[in-house]
Design a protein around this ligand. Structure first.
Ligand SMILES: C[S@@+](CC[C@H](N)C(=O)[O-])C[C@H]1O[C@@H](n2cnc3c(N)ncnc32)[C@H](O)[C@@H]1O
Length: 349
């Protein structure tokens, strides 16, 4: 082989080599991050935090990252397509101060962010949820706004934009009756804001002839609503003895619901697995919604002794709702036979 051929081969091999010099950043979601999240560790630097909720195509998010190199920018989305697009944009442009997280705003605000940590919050064109049955899904409602205010530092800004007059009126009323916020505009909202980057929804609204309404509120020195962070809780489990066999429990089982305050748990089907029984559950809590499974397995060498614990299917997080589910399943099985005794339990009160 001539040295020329050798060089050509080396060159083409280098070209074919995948561009993996930079490590792919890990995809982030609110269920797998620590509660609270360690932002300095995630970004590799401690900087002020700016949050955009529901960033859609990511136009505004990109603008925030460019305009604020001194800050760490976090975008929240529930749409996988929007997340993928934003992750590609971050990799393409090499931003080291921008990360996106798969999370409902309500989950991130309550579990990931500690009080007084955000220096800016942006909500552009939130879904309006017009129907009466869907009003509880609106971002702009008292509980979520209280969580936002509690996470803002004194002096932090909250920007909101909408093209729906009824939503603007509702949001204006809510914002004006929030003691922790001060309006920085001469009226409740403005119809233009200088130097604003136009988002996809904004462009659509304008092209269809709708006015946009912009809000700009600042966190003042009034005390914030008390919205403590909901941190880690232990894995629940219960060990019990029952005269019933696994098959008798499975055959006797029927789907049921359990409630405690504003936590709801729905049980679906039961399946026989290799190591025991799997019970499908849906745990709906005000700050987090999880589809998961509970596992009932034989315990130790004991006669008809069982453990109920959280299965790893779907990577769920132990929460109050999951503890409620473990307890409810045990109660349900105890209802099938009087002679059920608890041997050991680790459950939140
Ligand atoms: C009407 S779009 C606006 C998108 C973008 N901000 C814009 O102005 O073009 C609303 C966005 O919020 C996201 N979203 C809706 N509810 C959310 C929630 N609870 N938490 C986070 N994002 C949410 C939706 O997936 C959607 O991308």
């Amino acid at each position: 082989m001539t040295s020329q051929t050798g060089n050509r081969l080396k060159h083409s091999a280098a070209k074919r080599r995948p561009q993996t010099n930079r490590a792919e950043p890990q995809k982030l979601n609110a269920v797998s991050l620590p509660w609270p999240a360690d932002w300095a560790q995630i970004f590799g630097a401690e900087r002020p935090l700016i949050l955009e909720i529901g960033f859609g195509t990511g136009v505004f998010l990109r603008h925030l990252a460019q305009q604020h190199p001194e800050s760490n920018i976090i975008g929240l989305e529930i749409s996988n397509q929007c997340l993928l697009k934003a992750e590609n944009m971050i990799a393409r442009e090499g931003f080291n101060n921008l990360r996106v997280i798969h999370s409902r705003a309500e989950t991130a605000l309550h579990h990931l962010f500690e009080p007084t940590t955000l220096s800016q919050v942006v909500i552009n064109f939130p879904d309006p949820w017009f129907k009466r049955d869907h009003v509880h899904r609106r971002l702009m409602q008292r509980d979520t706004l209280n969580a936002i205010v509690s996470r803002m530092r004194p002096g932090a800004m909250l920007y909101l934009a909408t093209d729906i007059l009824a939503y603007a009126e509702m949001a204006g009323e809510l914002l004006n009756t929030t003691p922790g916020l001060t309006n920085t505009l001469p009226s409740t909202w403005a119809n233009t804001l200088p130097d604003r980057v136009i988002t996809k929804y904004e462009a659509k609204a304008r092209s269809e002839g709708r006015d946009c309404m912009y809000f700009a509120y600042q966190r003042n020195h009034q005390p914030a609503p008390d919205v403590p962070i909901i941190g880690e809780i232990a894995m629940p489990h219960i060990v019990f003895q029952s005269p019933l066999s696994q098959d008798e429990i499975r055959v006797g089982f029927a789907p049921f619901d359990a409630h405690e305050g504003d936590i709801y748990v729905g049980f679906g089907e039961v399946y026989r697995g290799r190591s025991g029984l799997l019970f499908e559950i849906h745990a709906a809590e005000p700050t987090i919604d999880q589809h998961a499974a509970l596992l009932l397995t034989p315990h130790g060498q004991g006669q008809n002794e069982y453990t109920i614990q959280l299965s790893t299917i779907g990577h769920p997080r132990p929460t109050q709702g999951i503890h409620l589910a473990v307890n409810a399943l045990h109660q349900w099985i105890a209802g099938l036979s009087e002679n059920t005794t608890v041997i050991q339990r680790k459950l939140a009160e």
